[in-house]
Design a protein around this ligand. Sequence first.
Ligand code: KG4
Ligand code: ZN
Length: 339
Amino acid sequence: MEDILILGIETSCDETAASVVKNGREVLSNIISSQIDLHTLYGGVVPEIASRKHIEKINQVITEALKEAKVSLSDITAIAVTYGPGLVGALLVGVAEAKAIAFAAGKPLVGVHHIEGHISANYIENKELKPPFACLVVSGGHTHLVKVMDYGKYEILGCTRDDAAGEAFDKVARAIGLGYPGGPKIDKVSKEGNADAIHFPRAKVDESVYDFSFSGLKSAVLNYLNSCEMKGETVCVPDVAASFQKAVVDVLVEHSMAASEEYGFQKFAIAGGVASNSSLRSAMSDACKDRGIAFYHPSPILCTDNAAMIAAAGYYEYINGTRSGWDLNAIPNLKLGER
Ligand code: KG4
Ligand code: ZN
């Protein structure tokens, strides 16, 4: 069978990324131009700045991805691009670029859902992983517990009612003076703290056992910081970070394992930026081991936004016959499984 080479393009938030992936699982190049340093100045992603930076970088990043993969555009089978969810102006840059290249080179265009990309990051390093399995997608914008029934076929079992897990990490990090992006900083400083020092709440959503809620936890941390200030007590940042992180991880693991028991999942994967959190990885790994469930996770570079995951997802969409028209548009609130 002839090799299928997918050029993946990702611009949904603050990373301009392009990648060439062979047959869905072999990464030939994975170029990421991060805007983090720029947005750090403002304490978070500024959408207008993100779009402008994507425009500046996109051609350069794609050229680099083709060069590193030692291929030219004519060798590419199809072009896969994230068309939602994400920041509309940021998404539009990738979508317009992908359409232009696909049209000019006469290549098929495949629109990819960003979360489908995160889930598919697991295929790259786990060559034996095939659906069905369950996946917890935890990133700056999403917290979804997903049943992966087949390639491209998903059922959402639970999602967040308010803040995403990564958003909670970022907001709490800002409150304790660690800066943006908060997740990696909380992960690091937590190693020096006592996770049982402060008991923060583990929220439950009454009507739906697999849904999440993190805004109460964030408020509890803010209240704790305020009360320390009022009492003139010094805040032990590593203890707050570790206790907060434990509260998030406990809920994520508890919901994931409850769903695994109810649905009888044999395989469990994690994905998204927060999936690179060391405490979540070890807690989820232990919980899966105790239940005889195989546990999968991508390397940190494939957890945070990248285009290899979009190319991997694009490959399965492509071989299943998905093709997007020249009217493909950016859809900021695109639902998983919708086209
Ligand atoms: O997947 P991603 O790059 O972008 C979205 O699709 O949102 O995820 C970014 C999020 C940020 O909120 C960041 O703070 C969080 O992932 N993150 C982490 C870690 N690394 C990144 N959160 C906790 N621990 C980490 N090590
Ligand atoms: Zn993402």
